[in-house]
Design a binder for this molecule. Structure first.
Ligand code: HDE
Length: 751
């Protein structure tokens, strides 16, 4: 593990302060281009890793693999799009150096034309995201319930996963309070299967027809187009307080689940109930879960807000750095299975209602395979931006149910790709292309890149020898499972069971630990505190009264409003402990430890802590008054953050490594190399690091002047989560604290 963590430390930077290690490891240094190109360059060598294999085309006539890569970029000369070599791209063609630009400059015209069209519409929802390639290794444990080939024993399937926020635009911050998307494309041997899920297991609406309403309400106000990527505004709360089926999802958003610590530490859920079909044709209803190996962890709200300013790309960077360094994030895919009964209910829970979960205590999640993300996109646009997910991309063995939300999604996702990707041929884009042979008889259309062969793209035909042929009835997809369709009349109505909007909201609330409840209360108080409309706040309080009187009373107190009475009897429901994120311990891989030093007093201690952090699979970042390399007494120690560039939110714990004790020369001491003021109890930036980390429930350790520093910040060395030792030996205790994610006893000091 040490190697991996060491690499993360390097990737996680070098950073702005970086010394000689600055830059992205793994990437060869790019030499500055010569100012004057040689007049007669030698004939370029083939690209370094020559991927040109035998020329291959897919069954649809598209180039694949190496051939495809060659089409993107080849040769060492700059050319036009037509492949004509260019001697100059810095000057437009003019009638004399000061003369007018000439219309005949095709290179100028082509260059600007292409640039002007570089953007495609961003996704109408989930516009902001990050993605990675990986592999799914199946355990074979789902074989009994699904005949899907990728779920058979020990099958390895390439995957591409895109994580996202929902409301913000493409350039918005990562750490906003929002639901997160968790969409996975499985390139199975039987075709593409997309599992397009979220990090919250329920949805705001039960019927797809309400999707534009909830999204219009959550997006910025139409007149001012603010706020960006926020739910803390009137239109959102107006809608969810009137449309109470949104209560359960909104409560999850207001919980710590709305501000994940990392994409690597999020659960994922398919949300809807799907139907599995096994080789014998027997059906089982199922809910999909992704369980992160690193556990489920969140930021605290103040941390999330600060990060949105100091590092808006926090989640994107975290995912990229982890993968780049070899700390590959992993999730187990799990399934909850239910008998496929005529009523599609389980223990009184309507399986077709996407605002409901089935508690894990009632239906355990059985692991069926392991997802490992092991490669970053090599081109963000081509992959993360152009990937097109669709709930209708199903393979034999997995089928949709009559969940009305899922039905609407199956209809909607094709539509969005026409606008976003410019036509019906988006499945031909490399990232969307199936790894199974394609012979689809779909032809022509905008951006057709395949050169189809044959003369008879219709069935039946004799001119192409009847080709392509049908799959056997038991192997093909979209063979409808012969389930009964309930008889009924055409109505615009929902079943009565969909009318229960509060019982599971109450279950969620009751399942939270006290500290998680505090966070929920603070979140509602903050969000509603940002609203202007009194009626909206009052109506939301009335909704909260139907979840829990304490929740309602506390939020009302925060808003300075009277506590309304519940309009419905409180649901008699039992908690589901599996919903809480607090109380368990988790692996520490990839956690980031800040080691704050003055660069002079105890460099041996700094080295020891750094080593121990690496040994534990975590990432040590040395924080010093100025950048560079500290080498006062032996092996050099690279500074990754300076007091100017460090902010507590980047760290999971802080170690104050032998800083000068109080009373030492507070501002006069100088770092030997950089000549910067040494950190002492007096440095306000060190105090800010400390007090923020304390408020956010982070473990703190130190020796030397640490105790004095803690005291100056009003933090007693006796408190939980504070470790003061004589030297660098406090680390084992620190690791124990970290495995619980935060020092939970310290709340409600921070929210
Ligand atoms: Fe989506 N959703 N959605 N959604 N959704 C899109 O498709 C839509 C819903 C989810 O990383 C869009 O390609 C409707 C539930 C994710 O590319 C769009 C309805 C869940 C992503 C769309 C829903 C999701 C999307 C926008 C109600 C969780 C990002 C761009 C019927 C289970 C995928 C695009 C990515 C994206 C429509 C409801 C998850 C517009 C109409 C429920 C993770 O087609």
């Amino acid at each position: 593990m040490k190697d991996v963590a060491d690499k993360i430390a390097d990737v996680v930077h070098a950073g702005p302060a970086g010394g000689p290690e600055e830059g992205v490891p793994g990437k060869p240094a790019i030499a500055s281009p010569p100012l004057v190109e040689p007049v007669h360059p030698v004939e370029p060598l083939p690209p370094k890793a020559d991927q040109s294999g035998p020329e291959t085309v897919s069954p649809t006539g598209q180039p694949t693999g190496a051939e495809q890569a060659r089409m993107a970029q080849s040769g060492a000369y700059l050319t036009t799009a037509q492949g004509v070599r260019l001697p100059d791209t810095d000057h437009s063609l003019k009638a004399g150096p000061r003369g007018p630009v000439l219309l005949q400059d095709h290179h100028l015209r082509e260059k600007l034309m292409h640039f002007d069209h570089e953007r495609i519409p961003e996704r109408v929802v989930h516009a902001r995201g990050a993605a990675a390639h990986g592999v799914f290794q199946s355990y074979g444990t789902a074989q009994g319930v699904s005949k899907a080939a990728f779920l058979a024993q020990d099958v390895e399937t390439p995957v591409f996963v895109r994580f996202s926020t929902v409301l913000g635009s493409r350039g918005s911050a990562d750490t906003v309070r929002d639901t997160r998307g968790f969409a996975t494309k499985f390139y199975t041997e039987e075709g593409v299967f997309d599992l397009v899920g979220n990090n919250i297991p329920v949805f705001f609406i039960q019927d797809a027809i309400k999707f534009p309403d909830i999204i219009h309400a959550g997006k910025p106000h139409p007149d001012r187009e603010i706020p960006q990527a926020q739910s803390a505004h009137d239109t959102f709360w107006d809608f969810v307080s009137l449309h109470t089926e949104a209560t359960h999802h909104t409560l999850w958003n207001m919980s710590d689940r709305g501000i994940p610590r990392s994409y690597r530490m999020m659960e994922g859920f398919g949300v809807h109930t799907f139907r599995l079909v096994n080789a014998e044709g027997a059906t089982t209803l199922v809910k999909f879960h992704w369980k992160p190996k690193l556990g489920v962890h969140s930021l605290v709200w103040e941390e999330a807000q600060i990060i949105a300013g100091v590092d808006p790309d926090f989640h994107r960077r975290d995912l990229f750095d982890a993968i780049e360094s070899g700390a590959f994030p992993q999730w187990e895919l799990g399934i909850q299975t239910f008998p496929d009964t005529a009523d599609q209910m389980f223990e009184g829970i309507d399986l077709l209602d996407p605002t409901k979960i089935v508690p894990e205590e009632l239906a355990p999640v059985k692991p069926v395979g392991l997802l490992t993300l092991n490669a970053n996109p090599s081109n963000f646009f081509a992959e993360a931006e152009q990937v097109a997910f669709h709930t209708g991309h199903l393979v034999p063995g997995i089928d949709a149910t009559d969940d009305p939300l899922l039905a609407g999604r199956n209809f909607s996702y094709l539509d969005t790709q026409f606008t976003r990707l410019g036509g019906p041929n988006f499945p031909q884009l490399p990232i969307n292309r199936t790894h199974a042979p394609v012979n689809d008889m779909l032809r022509d259309g905008m951006h057709q890149t395949a050169v189809h062969r044959g003369v008879a793209p219709y069935k039946p035909n004799s001119l192409d020898g009847g080709c392509p042929f049908f799959a056997g009835a038991d192997t093909g997809a979209f063979i409808e499972v012969p389930v009964d369709v309930p008889p009924g009349r055409k109505v615009r109505e929902a079943p009565a069971s969909f009318g229960d909007h509060f019982s599971q909201s109450r279950m969620f609330w009751l399942s939270m630990t006290p500290v998680e409840r505090e966070h929920i209360i603070a979140a509602y108080t903050f969000e509603l505190g940002k609203c202007y409309e009194q009626a909206v706040k009052e109506r939301t309080l009335a909704v909260l009264a139907n979840i829990d009187p304490e929740l309602c009373a506390q939020v009302a107190a925060g808003l300075g409003l009277p506590v309304p009475a519940a309009t419905e009897p409180l649901a008699d429901t039992r908690p589901s402990p599996a919903l809480s994120q607090v109380g368990r311990t988790w692996p520490l891989d990839g956690r980031v430890i800040g080691i704050v030093t003055d660069g002079a007093v105890d460099m041996t201690g700094v080295r020891e802590v750094r080593e121990a952090v690496l040994d534990a699979g975590m990432v040590p970042l040395v924080v010093a008054p100025a950048g560079g390399v500290l080498a006062a007494d032996g092996d050099p120690v690279t500074v990754q953050r300076t007091f100017a560039t460090a902010r507590s939110v980047e760290f999971d714990a802080l170690v104050f490594a032998g800083l000068p004790a109080a009373g030492a020369d507070a501002h006069g001491a100088r770092d030997a190399k950089a000549g910067a003021p040494a950190p002492t109890v007096g440095d306000p930036r060190v105090l800010a690091l400390l007090t923020e980390a304390y408020r956010h429930g982070k473990a703190l350790a130190g020796w030397g002047g640490a105790e004095a520093l803690f005291e100056a910040a009003g933090i007693s060395a006796e408190e939980p989560g504070v470790i003061v030792t004589d030297d660098a030996r406090g680390l084992p205790q620190l690791l124990e604290l970290l495995s619980a994610h935060r020092v939970w006893e310290r709340f409600p000091a921070a929210m």
